[in-house]
Design a protein around this ligand. Structure first.
Ligand code: ADP
Length: 869
């Protein structure tokens, strides 16, 4: 056994090896230690190897999924080694090979690698989250990206420049990334695979083979980098599935500029799918999602991750939301119906991957029938928007398949297929007969028990069944003697403490009838199962399209539901560079305040070409960040095709969205935070266009006051005058207000606050004009800083302010600073030493009197900078 184990262990590579032994998966050596710790199960030992006991732990096969889920979550990969022959087959093999049967070992093989990105099991997947596997390949400076959600088969191919890879991965948020070995990019925990599996021509061939087509033209236009990535992806799936590929739908090419661009920092700071604390709670999707199906929530997550840039597409989605918004009664009925629909896409994924159960077939039957019912109902609705018609068309066409599944399956088929019992009575006459036979035999056995009791006079005689003996007759030990007699018609089988077990010829015959009929019935059910699976596999594309259509309807109805809950509006999408939001709200902050019984103050935002940069001042905690983010989120929601939390909104399409938060907020990240802040800011200056929307929150805060102010000043100028995009810039540097003197499209705003009877009242209301003062000390008092400390700070502040009045403050003179661009063009002024050298060169010594020469020497000496000590 050890040799077999070690060979499989070697093959499993860096994965833990689940080694099947009877009803358990056992783990040995280091695997056992790792798993026992993660799973918190007992670590024991078994036998020995090299003189030391072998550490071992195990999990029961029937509950293995739960353990697998925990191991995968903890970042492990698991190789499943199953018994691939029965003990009888192993014995027969031994006979053929001439090995003594005592030495024979049941053959085992790794049948699958379970990895985070290749899961299909319901228990291992989060219903509301896509599970994305990504493969990357680089070809002549372009990175090809192949992404698939193995649980539903959706596959997208795209490409990007290497420096855009981070943003693309942030959008896709994969749970596993596969790269060619020795390729230096991608996330740290990437999985390396042999380079040759990423060859583009082989990739194209693999795709063609998977989809049974001679050319990929019908699917779209794919670059060589994309095909290389696709090849690497399919090769990896082949590797982990041991030759059995999961469901793969035809690939869709995603154009580089297909949607609104957002980089990883922006996504993180806007907390789109996850809040900074890591969960769905507190994130944008957590506050928006009212979908009633897992597939709907996954679709919405994708919409929010990749907002659109195409007005027609956005309007199509909005019209569908509007349709449901205007029909509250039908919407409620629809949502009720959708709620009952099983997760078609994932059931299909399991069936195609060869891991489907009878229950999955039942789910497909129920889901497809319900989809057809929805089709009939909705096709009659008046004033249907175009997108509704388009998705309705995808809901039908499964009549023959659902009829078949309905006839073949029992109403609620089991998850376990090996036990049979899922094919309906009346579907197959031969199966019915086999069932009748074993039913007869069971009844005969029950009658036999009564007869034996009569005949022997033993009222407690029982006919029982177990896995080892099969059927047997059992009596209490004190009655056993009578049955032991040679002519009793019973044969002794086993003596237990207190009971003795017997067989009889008649019982043996009936038991054999049951076993035979049962075996044949199981085989018949198995054959029907395979047939049904084949029918589903053949219809996989149409079923996947139905699942996608249902998800789209759910997203629109869910968004309509959300919009009517809080009175959201339909945004108007424009092609200009304006942004006009009336009474906008931050839905996450609003929800948090509502819980505390507080009211959110709505604020307007009006940006236009001639007034495109708002500089926002005001006290800490005054609502600046909230205002910045709410406007970015409204833009994002609008372009994702959702209604938005405001009373009116007109959004000029945004090509790239940037959100930056000054470093002090990110101290927990532990890197040189100011460096991070500057790297992220540099990215805006390099990538933003005049169609972009940028929110900058306290940029420059991560360094000293002078540096910070200088950087904030320069960044604001560059955004205003060079990039010329729409921008909201929150800052506590009053001095920046002077930018308004030179930047014509910059205006000053502040969040209002009032001191009332010595207390600070934050009004969270945006007003025009510069902030009058910082209220820092009042905020400190509000935050509970002890009174003596605040009093001392006040004294210090008064001193500082007196100096400021005398000198004009740290920004004195900045008002005359030439603009950013002009400044950059200006030559740097000469140093005093250079000026001196210049003067020396120019001096006409012959024309000087000795007195003048001496004066000049004094003057030069004075001009020299003092030496530093
Ligand atoms: P700043 O960026 O100015 O320091 P924040 O935007 O972080 O302030 O807001 C601080 C807190 O004020 C928020 O957590 C929220 O509780 C409250 N707040 C912000 N904006 C509003 C608003 N518009 N209406 C009501 N409360 C608000």
């Amino acid at each position: 056994m050890m040799a077999q184990y070690l060979a499989l262990r070697e093959e499993a590579g860096d994965a833990l090896l689940f080694y099947r032994m009877g009803d358990f998966f056992e783990l040995f050596f280091e695997d056992a230690r790792t798993a026992a710790q993660i799973l918190d199960i007992a670590l024991t030992t078994r036998g020995e190897h090299g003189g030391a006991p072998i550490p071992m732990c195990g999990v029961p096969v029937h509950s293995a999924e739960g353990y697998l889920a925990r191991l995968i979550k903890a970042g492990c990969r698991v190789a499943i080694a199953e018994q691939v022959e029965t003990p009888d087959e192993a014995k027969a093999r031994a006979k053929r090979e001439g090995t003594p049967s005592s030495k024979v070992l049941v053959g085992r093989a790794i049948v699958r690698l379970v990895t985070a990105g290749t899961l299909t099991e319901e228990a291992l997947l989060e219903p509301r989250r896509a599970n994305v596997l990504v493969a990357l390949a680089e070809l002549r400076g372009t990175v090809g990206i192949a992404a698939v959600d193995v649980s539903t088969g959706a596959m997208v191919l795209e490409e990007c420049a290497p420096d855009q890879l981070g943003a693309a991965l942030a959008r896709l948020s994969p749970s596993e990334v596969v790269v060619p070995e020795d390729w230096p990019h991608g996330p740290d925990e990437r999985i390396s695979r042999p380079r040759n599996s990423f060859a583009s021509d082989a990739g194209a061939e693999r795709l063609k083979a998977v989809h049974g087509v001679a050319t990929l033209d019908a699917f779209g236009d794919f670059s060589r980098a994309m095909l290389g990535a696709a090849g690497g992806l399919i090769a990896y799936l082949d590797h982990v599935g041991r030759g059995r590929l999961p469901l793969l739908l035809p690939p869709v090419a995603r154009a580089a500029e297909a949607g609104m661009a957002m980089d990883a920092a922006t996504r993180a700071s806007l907390e789109i799918l996850e809040s900074t604390t890591g969960g769905r709670a507190g994130s944008l999707i957590g506050a928006v999602d009212r979908c009633v199906t897992g597939a709907g929530s996954r679709r919405l997550a994708e919409d929010l991750s990749a907002p659109l840039l195409d007005v027609a597409q956005i309007e199509a989605r909005l019209a569908l939301v509007q349709f449901w918004r205007d029909r509250p009664i039908e919407r409620a009925q629809l949502r009720e119906a959708l709620r009952a629909i099983p997760d078609l896409g994932r059931a299909l994924g399991r069936v195609v991957a060869g891991r489907g159960s009878p229950r999955d077939l039942g789910q497909l039957r129920d889901g497809l029938s319900e989809a057809m019912r929805l089709h009939h109902w909705l096709s009659g609705a008046p004033d249907r928007p175009a997108l509704l018609d388009a998705v309705l068309a995808k809901l039908t066409g499964h009549g023959a398949l659902t009829d078949w599944l309905s006839r073949a399956l029992v109403p609620s088929p089991p998850t376990e297929r090996s036990g049979g019992g899922f094919i309906a009575d009346g579907y197959d006459a031969a199966l019915d007969e086999l069932r009748a036979t074993s039913g007869d035999a069971r009844r005969a056995i029950a009658a036999m028990e009564a007869r034996y009791r009569d005949e022997t006079g033993i009222a407690t005689l029982k006919i029982r069944h177990n896995g080892v003996l099969g059927y047997f007759i059992e009596v209490g030990a004190r009655y056993a003697d009578a049955l032991m007699a040679p002519d009793s018609g019973f044969t002794h089988r086993q003596t237990m403490a207190g009971a003795v077990r017997f067989n009889s010829l008649k019982l043996h015959e009936e038991a054999a009838r049951i076993a035979e009929a049962g075996g044949h019935a199981l085989a018949a059910e198995e054959a029907h199962f395979e047939e049904l699976v084949a029918a589903v596999v053949a219809a996989r594309h149409a079923i996947a399209a139905t699942a996608a259509a249902l998800a789209r309807i759910d997203v629109a109805a869910g968004n309509a539901e959300r919009a009517s809950e809080s009175d959201w509006c339909r945004p108007e999408i424009a092609e200009d560079a304006g942004l006009s939001i009336t009474a906008g709200r931050h839905l996450v902050v609003e929800a948090a305040l509502a819980k505390a019984g507080e009211r959110f103050v709505a604020n307007d935002c009006q940006l236009a070409e001639a007034n495109r940069l708002w500089l926002i001042g005001g006290p800490n905690m005054g609502g600046k960040s909230t205002f910045l983010r709410q406007n970015a989120l409204i833009v994002l929601l609008a372009q994702a095709g959702c209604f938005v939390p405001s009373s009116a909104a007109r959004i000029g399409l945004v090509d790239r969205l940037f959100s930056r938060v000054g470093a002090a907020d990110n101290l927990a990240r532990g890197r040189s935070t100011f460096m991070v802040e500057m790297v992220e800011t540099a990215a805006i200056l390099a990538q933003a266009t005049s169609r972009s929307f940028v929110i900058l929150d306290e940029v420059g805060r991560g360094t000293s006051t002078y540096d910070g102010l200088a950087l904030a000043w320069a960044v604001a100028e560059a955004v205003h005058s060079t990039i010329r995009c729409r921008c909201l810039f929150a800052t506590h540097y009053h001095e920046l207000a002077r930018l308004a003197e030179t930047c014509e499209a910059l205006s000053l705003h502040h969040v209002r606050a009032r001191e009332w009877q010595g207390d600070l009242v934050l009004l969270h209301e945006l007003a025009d004009g510069p902030a009058d003062r910082s209220y820092g000390l009042a905020v400190a008092r509000l935050a509970g800083v002890p009174a003596p400390v605040v009093a001392r700070a006040k004294a210090v502040l008064e001193k500082l302010e007196a100096t400021r009045t005398a000198t004009g403050g740290i920004a004195a003179g900045l008002g005359d600073l030439p603009l950013f661009a002009a400044l950059a063009a200006e030559p740097t002024p000469a140093s005093p030493e250079q000026q001196l050298a210049e003067a020396l060169r120019d001096a006409d010594l012959d024309a000087l009197t000795p007195r003048e020469a001496l004066d000049l020497l004094y003057e030069w000496k004075r001009a020299l900078p003092k030496p530093k000590h």
